[in-house]
Design a protein around this ligand. Structure first.
Ligand SMILES: Nc1nc2c(ncn2[C@@H]2O[C@H](COP(=O)(O)OP(=O)(O)OP(=O)(O)O)[C@@H](O)[C@H]2O)c(=O)[nH]1
Ligand SMILES: [Mg+2]
Length: 592
């Protein structure tokens, strides 16, 4: 038997591209698709699964491209790390757990509102400007079944949070406003969900709006290969309104239905691990981290490690703030007891004791240091040296934010601001209040301290006053970015140029005692100014250029003369005026 030819098929491709790959006629591909019940034209996109079926039936062995293959084990495409660890649990120890559902979508499409409507609370109204800036975790009960929800922000700055939200979840709800349709972060969120192999339910929100156009949005969804099931596709698209509550039951039913198709189990008695959803420094409470337990049961007193942060669970709270002593699979818990703020998105695990936690951290730190090597161009000394040598023009910044999850989007957005020759240098970016140490660093590096939802403490304020260090605080990320942008503009080397302010025609020439030769002029346009520069034109040629030495109306010295008026103009050192010459007045101004 001849061996099947192997073809590498990308996640999405058109019928034409598949035909080219297989070196067959597109007609044959279309015919094969039809025999599988799929009516497609030559330019239509099909997904990997469909393409794989067709190519297999046409006698090929299909495979994902080599680059993607590294991440694929046993046919499970890019399983998030926690799922891979979970596979080490024995089958018989696995029990049902609450599905974890992440709200994803473009800014303002109603993710938080939907979640509030589901929970009957009012978080959305309480957020600054109604814009979600970190990740929230909640648990609800629906028809006797628990469901864990993660809320993510839709603003473009928060890519990493959406990616983390998609990776930590069982089901993604892609929220699309029916009056706005598919937008950039809708696509981005979809990519994250697909990259994490997470099933998607679409919530077509705001259908109460008069300008809602659900049919158009469904069309857009189809183009993203999210064809609604009512149109013969396989995506559940549920029309809802967070405002009226319409469709919420259908949405939850759809989510539970989709969840049935995935493995939503864990071992409550197994190895305790999960994902850091959020970490923050709270006044009076210290480090508080929101952890989503994904396997095992986290208990007060457990020693733990999250990334390179060791800790011990001193107290735990559920999402409404009630103290709890344990949290099992799918339970989001606010945990106190980490040594510093853990990084959102990192995995955490319980270890046997604090000593082991510290040992693991030490090892990881060593590994990281070895892997990172000396960091090019990021050492403070280096930046300072270059700055002092005038080699770079940089704005040095120290960023402090309330939660770890905000640090990253702020840093990313700020780094994206760099103008041609100007760099933004972030010397420190951490979660936590503004302290003396930040001010000292700022002083040493001529940096500006920026606080996001945090304030300087009294000692820091004092020190900042003494050393005249500027501290700016914000509670909206966009204002922060705007301000820094403005500051950067201010740092730009100013550029000066000529701005013509007026033109005059010489109508008579006088010789005046002491003032010398004076041109009797009529201002044709704009104005003449005493402190302006001027250029004398004759027959299309500039014959003189210099400063205005006198400007008079009748006998009086004046500062300016507007168009339509007569005046006497003296030009420094010019002694050759003729009738019909023109004088152009200009000033040198900053033009950027
Ligand atoms: N009419 C109507 N308005 C809605 C609906 N859902 C949300 N809104 C409004 O849309 C705006 C944005 O809602 P949010 O819930 O904050 O949107 P979001 O997706 O969480 O926004 P980010 O978290 O910033 O990405 C608010 O003014 C809501 O009142 C809805 O179903 N109908
Ligand atoms: Mg929101």
């Amino acid at each position: 038997m001849t061996e099947k030819r192997r073809v590498e098929i990308p996640s999405f491709l058109t019928v034409r591209e598949l035909a080219e790959l297989l070196e067959v006629s597109p007609i044959d591909v279309i015919r094969e698709l039809m025999s599988n019940g799929i009516i497609a034209n030559i330019n239509q996109q099909i997904d990997y699964d469909t393409a794989a079926i067709v190519s297999e039936e046409m006698g090929f062995e299909s495979a994902v491209p080599a680059a993607a293959e590294a991440d694929v084990e046993d046919g499970a495409a890019e399983l998030p790390e926690w799922r891979q660890i979970l596979r080490q649990e024995r089958e018989e120890s696995l029990q049902e757990r609450a599905p974890v559902v992440t709200m994803l979508g473009h800014v303002d499409h109603g993710k938080t509102s939907l979640l509030d409507a589901i929970r009957h609370t009012e978080v959305q109204a309480g957020e600054t400007g109604g814009i979600t800036q970190h990740m929230g975790a909640y648990q609800i009960r629906y028809n006797g079944q628990s469901i864990t929800f993660l809320d993510t922000p839709g603003h473009e700055a928060f890519t990493a949070m959406r990616a983390r939200g998609a990776r930590s979840t069982d089901v993604a709800i892609l929220v699309v406003a029916a009056d706005d349709g598919v937008m950039p972060q809708t696509r981005e969120a979809l990519d994250h969900a697909r990259a994490a192999s997470v099933p998607i339910v679409v919530a077509l929100n705001k259908i109460d709006r008069a300008n809602a156009n659900p049919e158009l949005v469904k069309q857009q969804l189809s183009e993203l290969d999210l064809t609604p099931d009512e149109w013969g596709g396989s995506t559940m698209v549920v029309p809802v309104s967070a405002t009226t509550g319409e469709g919420l039951d259908d949405l939850l039913e759809a989510v539970l239905l989709v969840a049935e198709e995935t493995d939503i189990r864990a071992n409550p008695a197994g190895k305790v691990f999960g994902t850091v959803i959020e970490g923050r420094l709270e006044r009076g409470r210290g480090v508080v981290a929101t952890l989503l337990v994904q396997n095992g049961t986290l208990r007060v007193g457990h020693a733990m490690v999250a990334g390179t942060v060791p800790g011990k669970v001193r107290a735990m709270f559920d999402y409404v703030g009630e103290a709890i002593v344990e949290a099992g699979p799918s339970v989001p818990a606010q945990v106190m007891g980490f040594g510093s703020v853990p990084v959102a998105g990192d995995l955490f695990e319980v270890v046997s004791n604090e000593k082991e936690a510290r040992a693991i951290v030490e090892e990881r730190n060593l590994d990281q240091a070895a892997a990172a090597g000396p960091r090019e161009g990021f050492s403070l000394d280096e930046i300072l040296a270059r700055f002092q040598a005038g080699e770079t023009k940089t704005l040095n910044l120290i960023i402090k934010a309330d939660v770890q999850g905000s640090v990253e989007p702020i840093v990313n957005s700020l780094e994206g601001l760099a103008h041609d020759e100007l760099a933004v240098n972030i010397l420190r970016a951490d979660a936590g209040g503004i302290t003396e140490s930040d001010i000292m660093l700022a002083r040493a590096s001529d940096a500006v301290v920026i606080g996001f939802c945090v304030e300087p403490d009294a000692a820091a304020l004092r020190l900042a006053e003494v050393h005249k260090i500027s501290i700016r605080t914000y509670d909206l990320i966009y204002k922060l970015i705007d301000d820094v942008d403005q500051a950067l503009q201010g740092l730009l080397e100013p550029e000066y140029g000529e701005v013509v302010i007026g033109k005059a025609e010489v109508r008579a020439v006088f010789r005046v005692r002491r003032a010398g030769l004076v041109a009797g002029c009529h201002i044709l346009e704009g104005e003449a100014r005493r402190n302006a520069e001027a250029r004398l034109w004759r027959g299309g040629q500039a014959i003189w250029e210099g400063s205005v030495s006198s400007l008079k109306r009748f006998d009086e010295d004046v500062r300016e003369v507007r168009s339509g008026f007569e005046c006497g103009v003296g030009l420094e050192g010019a002694d050759d005026f003729r009738e019909r010459d023109t004088i152009e007045f200009f000033v040198i101004e900053r033009i950027n």
